[in-house]
Design a protein around this ligand. Structure first.
Ligand code: CA
Length: 256
């Protein structure tokens, strides 16, 4: 399957969000989000707001695209409008759940339509947002769903003398505390959850950035270099290993 390119965020926007997130980090969990909305103005506004919070969003305009994309990528959250061309949001919600989609679904419903909200929750939605909504409230709900997602994660990841705490996003290496930005943490967490496993650039981009990032982009390299500087004092023979021509991995030999 090769889904058509959706609309998404830009590299520049990503970099701006990243540098801001690095300075004051109240909320640092990065979510991979699929926005399903056919009204471009709303979809774009949601995308811009959530990308500014550091999340990686893809945008699609109808239900069948939503199902294809959710099969292709491991999303943490689907923001799903009820009124869509073809299959409506309720149908998409049911279809996602019947396929075993376990992550959060937030539905965009009509204002004051209690019936819509009940149908949505019955079909497996976690939350709803009546339209028109304030972007601040949507962001708060996304944070709340993200926190729930965070609580589902295992308490601590230990690889050799590296410790990651997903709940506090704290990192220690040989007892030394390391401060990472949200995306640096997400990248290190992915590697540390699978020590020894090689992750190609495409796979890392898929997991941590949105589908707009071109495969030839050097963003992964930039982040690996930054992680290496913070975790391994810039050494190339440290924990974060480059496997020439294949990708990156965390050295497994030291795993506890
Ligand atoms: Ca719509």
């Amino acid at each position: 399957m090769n889904p058509a390119q959706p609309r998404g965020g830009s590299y520049d926007r990503e970099r701006r969000a990243g540098s801001r997130a690095g300075q004051s980090l109240q909320w640092r969990l990065i979510l991979r989000i699929l926005i399903v909305e056919d009204e471009a103005a709303i979809a774009d506004a949601v995308n811009v707001a959530l990308a500014a919070d550091g999340h990686a969003c893809d945008v699609v305009g109808d239900g069948s695209e939503a199902l294809r994309w959710s099969d292709a990528y491991a999303y943490d959250l689907v923001i799903l409008d009820v009124v869509l061309p073809g299959m409506d949001g309720f149908g998409v919600c049911s279809a996602l759940r019947s396929r075993g989609f376990a992550a959060s679904i937030l539905m965009l419903t009509a204002l004051d339509d209690i019936r819509d909200r009940i149908i949505g929750l019955d079909r497996g939605a976690d939350d709803y947002m009546p339209k028109p909504f304030s972007m601040g409230e949507l962001r708060a709900r996304v944070r709340a769903l993200g926190r729930r997602r965070l609580e589902d994660r295992t308490p601590k990841i230990v690889v050799g003398d590296l410790e990651l705490d997903p709940a506090s996003l704290g990192v220690r290496h040989s007892g030394r505390e390391i401060r990472l930005t949200a995306r640096e943490f997400a990248l290190l967490e992915l590697l540390a959850r699978h020590p020894g496993q090689i992750f190609g650039q495409d796979r890392l981009i898929e997991a941590l950035w949105n589908a707009d990032f071109a495969a030839e982009s050097n963003i992964v390299e930039v982040y690996i270099r930054s992680l290496r500087r913070k975790v391994d004092d810039g050494r190339r023979d440290g924990l974060i290993e480059t496997v020439r021509g294949s990708g990156y991995r965390l050295r497994a030999a030291e795993r506890n």
